[in-house]
Design a protein around this ligand. Structure first.
Ligand code: PLP
Length: 222
């Protein structure tokens, strides 16, 4: 695995406006440094503890993205420095991020995770729920979150036509929300979709942030 070459090839394959987040979960510091030395600055983790530990050991100019399911009692550990939380999947989580942001007077950048996959188990808002969310009165209280867009994970399948359909659906929702009046804390600027197996499809369908682990670092040892 040549991490530097992998990163270069992926970036070359992305259209303008689509950016790479290197998902470094389970990877040791040495491999993350290799990616850093190749110029990569945006890294994603899916566990709070791992994110906190790694951020303490690695250069300060790394942008840390939280891409995995986030438990409310762990928000406080990352709220002060996380670059973007991709996985806001409930109103209770949103409220708690706001509460923790308020405590330290930091407006926390977030994406709303949308449930687009066929699997029942994937987290996220349904399309209707997120439209309803935009009309809630509570936004006047949520001054310490900044919603920058949407995130979604496609069904885990080799059938890329299913995956493409789900990404199209998410892009359509993104475009719909872009056209309606939104609370002041919400913009539709980023659309986080695409992983190693499907990022080219995601990029074609309008992704602005692809989250890639395996195609950079190789298979993870579970
Ligand atoms: C692990 C993970 C990725 C990256 O997956 P790969 O298939 O290794 O590219 C992307 N997004 C999330 C939410 C993840 O947990």
């Amino acid at each position: 695995m040549n991490i530097k070459n992998n990163i270069r090839k992926i970036i070359e394959s992305l259209p303008p406006g689509c950016h790479l987040i290197a998902v470094s979960k389970t990877q040791p510091l040495a491999r993350i440094r290799e990616a850093y030395d190749a110029g990569q600055r945006a890294f994603g983790e899916n566990k709070v503890q791992e994110l906190v530990e790694k951020s303490g050991e690695l250069p300060r100019d790394i942008e840390w993205h939280m891409v995995g399911h986030l438990q409310r009692n762990k928000i406080k550990n990352i709220v002060g420095f996380v670059h973007l939380i991709h996985s806001v999947d409930s109103i209770r989580l949103l409220e708690e991020i706001n509460r923790q942001g308020e405590k330290i007077a930091r407006v926390v950048p977030c994406l709303l995770q949308i449930h687009i996959a066929r699997e029942e188990t994937k987290f996220g808002f349904d399309e209707e729920e997120v439209v309803d969310l935009m009309h809630m009165a509570e936004w006047s209280k949520w001054q310490f979150v900044s919603i920058r867009g949407l995130m979604g994970m496609a069904t885990f399948t080799d059938d890329l036509s299913i995956v493409r359909g789900e990404f199209k659906k998410l892009k359509k929702l993104f475009d719909t929300l872009s056209k309606i009046p939104l609370p002041g804390q919400v913009t539709m600027s980023e659309l986080s979709m695409g992983m190693s197996s499907d990022y080219l499809v995601a990029a074609e369908e309008g992704s602005t942030l692809v989250r890639i682990g395996t195609s950079i670092f190789g298979e993870r040892n579970a």
